[in-house]
Design a protein around this ligand. Structure first.
Ligand SMILES: [Zn+2]
Ligand SMILES: [Zn+2]
Length: 68
């Protein structure tokens, strides 16, 4: 399921294609991940985890919560 990004900055991050890191979870420039209908802040600890966020870090819009 894909939801509409709240702002251009989020859309840009979600659509960013890095030439160095094929997997977004490996790229320190990637901040946001779509997960289960919500959004998460990617945690670059070597894995692919992300912490759910309720508000956009750029525009402050409320984000949809994940499907539990
Ligand atoms: Zn936003
Ligand atoms: Zn990268």
């Amino acid at each position: 399921m894909t939801s509409t990004p709240c702002c251009a900055r989020t859309a840009e991050d979600l659509n960013r294609v890095c030439t160095i890191h094929a997997d977004r979870s490996d790229c320190p420039d990637a901040f946001i991940a779509e997960m289960n209908g919500g959004y998460g802040l990617m945690v670059h600890d070597g894995g692919s985890s992300a912490v759910e966020i309720a508000f956009c870090p750029w525009c402050g819009a409320g984000l949809p919560s994940m499907d539990q």
